[in-house]
Design a binder for this molecule. Structure first.
Ligand code: TRP
Length: 453
């Protein structure tokens, strides 16, 4: 089907290429920067447990659904929703789902790029030896001075946006596939080395305890929402990123198996980051709830005091930047694919417009760490508001709709055919999770947060 479209819309060269790109999208700042700091803010173990449950029962089924929808239509998310609505004979309004995804992607990228800019700036701080023998207080001062400077943040945010756009301009085969190939294995090795350092701090078990011994009295309904939102965020779900990647996926590949692989790798990276960071937090009398600066205030202590720390610091921040890049391209790809395929934009022009818009939006986040740090809406800075709006609301709502669509609107015959699971039981389990468990879980968490339950 859709022969003419094929010339515009790309395809991955293999299943491995898809796994790499989707893992590249999933593993990013969410795992290494966000997971530790929100775990710290939400009291540790119980939060981690809820997050793991959400990945398993909500995240993986929705990842399977999103990939499937994309592959069935082989179009960008906005068109995917239009085509599949027609095929299912469902209400036309479903295509707004594609729209919400495109908007959520740009909003997330606007702050994602600013934080990724921090990571790139820290490559140079590591290189300059700024962390050498520095204690926790000095490291914190370095961080505070840095985020206090709008000029510096704008510089690095601009550089990161530029790098993202340069990759996206080149299209999926040239840009996206290659970027991830060497990154994942190296990232794993480095995380293990950092865990090794954490073992020497003397607070290793305290760190593990914080992460893995649940204390449910610390769990509020907002932390449950944050844990659920993070399951979407970390797996890149709910806005069409995985849908777009799925649309480039050849027809003969098992979607379910790849979803488990991707979610597994993603979860391991996040847990390793937590295991590396919290012992350092406790060994240096830092606070787990020190917010978005957490990794920038802890890991440099390790780099400054361990043997080989200079090189490791440089490598770590280089990899964090690359991991962020392979994620950022997936945040903007739905918008770019739509402008190119439906609005007749050249890839260059589509990138310039979406990139420019996102860059401007990012200034809000830049200023929320310095000149506008007192400007709050609903007691949140612009950065916190964007994060809450996207990760805690838009992604779960998007995911909820995707679940309803895949579970209830799409004909079983079509989803079974597209998923082509090895066993009927596997398909039935997915169908149960996607039709009932995942949407009900999202729904109840929302009810709880608004105080109805
Ligand atoms: N998953 C990425 C991370 O953890 C961020 C990301 C990339 C994302 N694409 C996405 C989040 C799409 C939500 C939706 O860093």
């Amino acid at each position: 089907m859709m022969e003419t479209q094929k010339t515009v819309h790309g395809a991955w060269s293999s299943r491995f290429a898809f796994i790499l790109a989707a893992t590249g999208s999933a593993v990013g700042l969410g795992n290494i920067w966000k997971f530790p700091y929100i775990t710290g803010e939400n009291g540790g173990g119980a939060f981690v447990l809820v997050y793991l449950f959400c990945v398993l029962l909500i995240g993986i089924p929705i990842m399977i659904a999103e990939t499937m929808l994309g592959r069935r239509s082989q179009r960008n998310p906005i068109e995917t929703m239009q085509i599949l609505t027609e095929e299912a004979g469902a209400d036309k309004n479903w295509h707004y789902l594609g729209w919400m995804g495109v908007i959520a992607g740009l909003l997330i990228l606007s702050y994602y790029s600013v934080i990724a800019g921090w990571a790139s700036a820290y490559v140079f701080k590591a290189f300059a030896g700024s962390f050498f023998d520095a204690d926790a207080k000095e490291i914190k001062t370095i961080f505070n001075n840095f985020v206090g400077s709008p000029i510096q943040l704008i510089f690095w945010h601009s550089l990161f946006m530029l790098a993202t756009m340069l990759i996206v301009v080149r299209g999926i085969n040239n840009g996206l596939e290659k970027a991830t190939q060497y990154l994942m294995p190296s990232l794993f090795v480095l995380m293990f080395l950092l865990v090794g350092y954490a073992m020497t701090t003397g607070s290793y078990f305290q760190g593990l305890q914080f992460l893995f011994i649940p204390d449910f009295s610390k769990l509020t309904s907002n932390s449950v929402l944050t844990a659920m939102g993070h399951a979407f965020f970390t797996l890149s779900l709910g806005m069409g990123a995985i849908m777009v990647y799925g649309s480039y996926l050849p027809k003969n590949i098992s979607i379910a198996k790849t979803a488990f692989l991707i979610a597994g790798a993603d979860t391991i990276v996040a847990l390793l980051a937590g295991i590396a960071i919290f012992p350092i937090v406790f060994a240096n009398n830092l606070h787990p709830n020190s917010g978005p600066g957490l990794i920038f205030e802890t890991l440099p202590i390790a780099f400054g005091s361990m043997t080989g720390g200079w090189l490791m610091g440089i490598l770590f921040f280089v990899m964090l930047t690359i991991a962020a890049l392979t994620s950022s391209i997936s945040l903007i790809e739905p918008a770019v694919a739509w402008l190119v395929e439906n609005k007749g934009f050249s890839r260059e022009k589509a990138c310039a417009w979406t990139g420019g818009l996102t860059w401007v939006l990012g200034l809000g986040t830049v200023f929320s760490f310095n000149v506008w740090s007192d400007v709050t809406f609903f007691e949140r800075t612009i950065f916190q508001l964007l994060d809450y709006l996207t990760a805690n609301l838009m992604l779960p709502i998007g995911g909820f709709c995707i679940a309803i669509f895949a579970g209830w609107m799409m004909k079983s015959q079509h989803s079974a055919e597209e998923l082509d699971m090895p066993t009927q039981a596997g398909y039935d389990a997915w169908k149960l999770l996607i039709s009932y468990v995942a949407p009900a879980a999202v729904f109840f968490v929302f009810l709880h947060v608004v105080g109805v339950l």
